[in-house]
Design a protein around this ligand. Structure first.
Ligand SMILES: NC(=O)c1ccc[n+]([C@@H]2O[C@H](COP(=O)([O-])OP(=O)(O)OC[C@H]3O[C@@H](n4cnc5c(N)ncnc54)[C@H](O)[C@@H]3O)[C@@H](O)[C@H]2O)c1
Length: 251
């Protein structure tokens, strides 16, 4: 499905990102696997998947990291057909009880990694996509952008809503130039991020009870949808959001 395509995946060393890299490579793509601080798992994964994977380290909390990441990806891949904006953090800050310092830190880090770095990558990538008159962005947002989240997750929910608005804006502005931009909005997916929010077994039971399909999604569910979007088979889906939440939030 992706033979000959070259794709940048942010946050590709673990969780959904790692399965995404594996899926895209299996479908024939060459992948720039971006990682933050976790160099070893990234290198191990790249080694296992073979020469079609190159790795790039960049801490997206740092200003300008998104631009540097794009420049490295282009340098290593020579051209890029698609970008999966997957890297994200959750920094909880209980709305009424968090210290001012903790509250500020939650917002600064979350907006920088989940939204500003993504915007920097999109802005850096666009001239290349426009020049080639083709290129796709797949933004991994969240059900939280639409349904809202718990009060200690406000910065996360808001960052994902921002990512949705950004992606839709790109879809509208550049559709005529061959650029596609899609939103993928998972509910709970079985990764370390979900495990951190669902440490307490009763919390997990409550979360699963809310999902009609009866279980958390698997990273593969997200990766397969992204692979399809990156294949170019559905250009008129540009601007759309694909919900992957086991019917827990149907709209
Ligand atoms: N797991 C879920 O339940 C769930 C639900 C909805 C949406 N999502 C979204 O799916 C995507 C992947 O999440 P996941 O569950 O695999 O989480 P995860 O925590 O396992 O992975 C997040 C990735 O982002 C990278 N990252 C975080 N901070 C970074 C930084 N400062 N610099 C560079 N990279 C950084 C991490 O290294 C990691 O590779 C995220 O955008 C997340 O918001 C996850």
């Amino acid at each position: 499905m992706l033979d000959g395509r070259r794709i940048l995946v942010t946050g590709g060393s673990r969780g959904i990102g790692a399965v995404m890299v594996e899926t895209l490579v299996r479908e024939g793509a060459a992948v720039a696997l971006h990682y933050g601080r976790s160099r070893e798992p990234a290198e191990r994964l790249a080694e296992r998947l073979g020469p079609r994977v190159v790795t790039i380290g960049e801490d997206l909390e740092q200003p300008g990291a998104g631009r540097r990441l794009w420049a490295h990806a282009l340098e290593k891949l020579s051209w890029v057909d698609g970008v999966v904006l997957n890297a994200a953090v959750v920094r909880t800050a209980p709305l009424l009880t968090e210290s001012d310092e903790g509250w500020d830190a939650s917002w600064e880090t979350t907006l920088q990694v989940n939204l500003k770095a993504a915007a920097d990558i999109v802005r850096a990538a666009l001239p290349h996509f426009l020049e080639r008159r083709q290129g796709s962005f797949v933004a991994i947002a969240s059900r939280a952008a639409f349904r809202g989240d718990d009060p200690e997750m406000l910065s996360y929910a808001a960052s994902k809503a921002g990512l949705v608005a950004l992606t839709r804006s790109i879809a509208r502005a550049y559709a005529k130039d061959g650029v596609r931009a899609y939103v993928v909005a998972p509910g709970f997916v079985e990764t370390e991020m979900a495990a951190a929010s669902l440490r307490d077994p009763s919390e997990r039971a409550r979360a699963v009870a809310e999902i009609p399909i009866g279980e958390l999604a698997r990273p593969e569910d997200v990766a397969e949808v992204a692979a399809f979007l990156l294949s170019g088979r559905a250009p008129h889906l540009t601007g759309a959001t694909l919900d992957i939440n086991g019917a827990s939030y149907v709209r």
